[in-house]
Design a protein around this ligand. Structure first.
Ligand code: PLP
Length: 407
């Protein structure tokens, strides 16, 4: 992996691409460690799909996909056609499932051209695929999605056997998978009213009817990260892992099931220091006032970079392993921290917003709990302005991760 492959276009030559104002650091060795740990958990009979939609949850689809593949991911999940084509154009030819629904004939034709598997939720899309693939000389690989209780994409699960039979009669289509999606898999035990188990039983009942009718539907899958960590009964032939791949458990009670390493770091520089007295209002609206003579540090990162404004006065940054409080409203491009207790901080110092320092860690879950969202949304917020850089290798670490280390 070259460093430049992690830098978005526009952030390179003119700006020096380097660690200047603020940046995202992506640790692909952590991605690989997570793939390996998850594979050990699911065992040899279950495959791992690396879900790399939304630019790999803000980590960069291409470096993440390459790292995951090297560590043993079998295939990829994306949300949109463009995300699938991006992998193909980069020369990544492992199987790719488009998890979103494609409705237009041109979109499905692109799937055929780029060998991306569309998700079918109804006969409508099945017929479109059959029409455009017949005469192309190549059968189109597709997967069927069933709704077992999420009420989003997918045909009603009771329709499953009938649809599989109908697809079996379409000569230009090859059904290579059947799947469903859990709605509440991250709920604490006893808090989802048994919905995940109900969804699992519905899915299993479809599979049983298929077996009875000798209908073949290919690879069977149900679990996202939460399903993967909560129950082996939900693994089937493949698990679709997103959040856990990036090193985060989907819920506190699922932490520790598999050892995970966060792959994303957010760092920014101090650009100005200011000594103020007590009672000074800070930033827009003066929502914070100093209670003592203070040393304030301006940090060059803001909500346009992906730090949620709702975290104003509710977050901390790490400097030399110490937590410093952020104060006042977070603005579009900057925020202020109270550095009174960190006399060594100076202009140019680097603070860590997300990541680890000397045993102290701040993760997307800490943020999401404080501002009323979910860690998924926090991670997806960092795809706009910040350059994305490969993490500096640890001293003494090998330059390239050793893929032969896989047992
Ligand atoms: C996004 C997505 C996943 C991955 O979910 P995580 O909770 O991040 O593991 C799995 N399956 C489908 C259908 C998805 O859309």
């Amino acid at each position: 992996m070259t460093r430049s492959s992690l830098v978005p276009a526009g952030a390179t030559e003119e700006t020096g691409e380097s660690r200047q104002r603020a940046w995202v650091e992506v640790n692909t060795a952590a991605i690989q460690a997570n793939v390996r740990a998850l594979r050990r958990h699911i065992g040899p009979d279950t495959q791992l799909m690396a879900v790399v939609k939304a630019d790999a949850y803000g980590h960069g689809a291409l470096p993440v996909a390459r790292a995951a593949l090297e560590a043993g991911a079998a295939c990829f999940g994306v949300a949109t056609l463009a995300e699938g084509v991006q992998l193909r154009r980069a020369g990544i030819w492992a199987p790719v499932l488009v998890l979103g629904n494609l409705t237009q004939p041109e979109e499905l034709r692109s799937c055929l051209r780029w060998q991306l598997m569309p998700t079918l939720s109804s006969m409508r899309e099945a017929l479109l695929c059959q029409n455009l693939a017949s005469g192309s000389g190549r059968a189109m690989a597709v997967q069927l999605k069933l709704d077992t209780g999420m009420a989003r994409l997918g045909a009603d699960w009771q329709e499953g056997p009938r649809l599989v039979a109908a697809l079996g009669g379409m000569d230009a289509i090859e059904l290579v998978g059947i799947y469903s999606h859990l709605a509440c898999a991250d709920a604490a035990p006893g808090e989802d009213d048994g919905l995940s188990e109900l969804q699992q039983r519905r899915f299993e009942s479809v599979l049983t009817s298929l077996a009875e009718q000798r209908l073949e539907a290919g690879c069977r899958h149900l679990a996202n990260s939460a399903g993967t960590l909560r129950s082996r009964q939900q693994h089937f032939d493949l698990v679709r892992v997103g959040l856990a791949l990036y090193g985060h458990p989907p819920a506190p009670h699922l932490a520790g099931v598999v050892p995970l390493r966060p792959a994303l770091g957010i760092h920014a520089r101090v650009t100005l220091l200011r000594e103020v007295g007590a009672g000074v209002g800070v930033s827009y609206g003066h929502r914070f006032r100093t209670s003592r003579p203070s040393r304030l540090a301006v940090v060059s990162i803001g909500y346009a970079d992906g730090v949620p404004r709702q975290l104003s006065d509710r977050m901390e940054v790490l400097f030399e392993g110490r937590r410093l409080p952020q104060v006042g409203a977070i603005t579009m491009d900057q925020l202020v921290i109270d550095a009174t207790d960190a006399p060594r901080i100076e202009v140019g110092s680097v603070v860590t917003l997300l990541g680890e320092q000397q045993g102290q860690a701040i993760g997307p879950i800490d943020w999401s709990e404080r501002c009323g969202t979910i860690p998924w949304e926090i991670l997806c917020g960092f795809k706009h302005r910040l350059p994305r850089l490969a993490v500096a290798p640890e001293p003494g670490a090998p330059i390239a991760p050793e893929s032969a280390a896989e047992p």
